[in-house]
Design a protein around this ligand. Sequence first.
Ligand code: ATP
Ligand code: MG
Length: 429
Amino acid sequence: MSKSLQAIRGMNDILPEQTPLWRYFEATVARLLDNYGYKQIRMPIVEFTELFKRSIGEVTDIVEKEMYTFEDRNGDSLTLRPEGTAACVRAVLEHGITGGGQTQKLWYIGPMFRHERPQKGRYRQFHQIGCEVFNLDGPDIDAELIVLTWRLWGQLGIRDAVKLELNSLGTSESRGRYRVALVEYLLAHVDKLDEDSRRRLTTNPLRVLDTKNADTQAVLVGAPKMADYLDEESRTHFEGLKARLDAAGIPYVINPKLVRGLDYYSKTVFEWVTDKLGAQGTVCAGGRYDGLVEQMGGKPTTGVGFAMGIERLILLLETLEQVPQEISRQVDVYLCAFGEAAELAALALSEKVRDQLPNLRLQINAGAGSFKSQFKKADKSGALYALILGDDELAQQVIGFKPLRGQGEQQNIAFDALAAHLATCVVQG
Ligand code: ATP
Ligand code: MG
């Protein structure tokens, strides 16, 4: 195929054999979030570039080198969203739905775009499901977000493969004091820092903490710890969160180097990580961003949220063989009809059956074909039963009912009795 007709590197088609797993995953998360009282919000995929610069921060990896930014025909600078929080904050502000201290518990799903080096678990178009909660400032809601993801891992069968890492970045005051101490320490060892970290010393010193450079990591061993700089408010909040996680029986490890890539976090930060996916091990990450709404021009409004990477979680389900078998079967019954008269009768009959059984997954053969070829298609469809209608059956107003997966004998069912019969063997709920 010529180059121009290929998908863009790092942007993937999700093929029909993969979509059942995606839909199972998405439906599981959506049901869970419904049950915890979260409401879905849908934002545009493109926003003004300024939005991301102001919220994510100019000196983050995302804004510095990962955004898909372009000018539209009006000369406005637009960007394909690299994450969901910024647009969500913009939306709640624009529509005034967090005004007057109104609480919002929101979730979103959709594609995100970052110009990164594509590899397993890291793509240029990827998908997230995220939650954002506004105007609740206690640790109870931070705990709820973590508890509900823990429940999700349980429902998906991946709980044993993920680990919760937790840290507190404190209020902006305590973070400010810590930043001064950290910079002072790092400046004293500046000759041993890698180039990136040296640059970050002046732009975003906390990010030095999550360097991958071994020499810099060695320097960090003796660096001041955020935990020693937490003020009373931050400490109480963090203790409250830990107490709730203990009460819910959720194991965690405190990772003092967990700082997260975005500028806007405060107090709680957390990541769910797995060692089953190689380097791309973070499957869900989030934290509190109490200053973000104000920074974006709103009234003081606290926020806390997370985003999970759908591709990584799908990979994890596959790696751990936690893909439920039944999700790939999308057909209950496959109807084979032979000859024009039988086809007409089959169509009328199947529409009647659909009226009576709206949940029945009935696939009717298209494209005619011999007995053998239709039967092959019935089998390949994954259906549990085949229905067979030829001239003989038509004359008697019956249809052949044949179990395809070895549950019972073939029999003839009267047209009028078909829906009732199917209801007993395939339709649940
Ligand atoms: P990483 O450190 O892996 O780059 P991040 O800190 O940039 O992750 P976030 O912005 O917190 O990631 O996004 C939340 C989640 O979205 C990540 O934990 C991950 O599961 C997923 N994610 C982020 N970037 C990508 C990507 N390029 N491809 C696939 N999934 C991604
Ligand atoms: Mg990243």
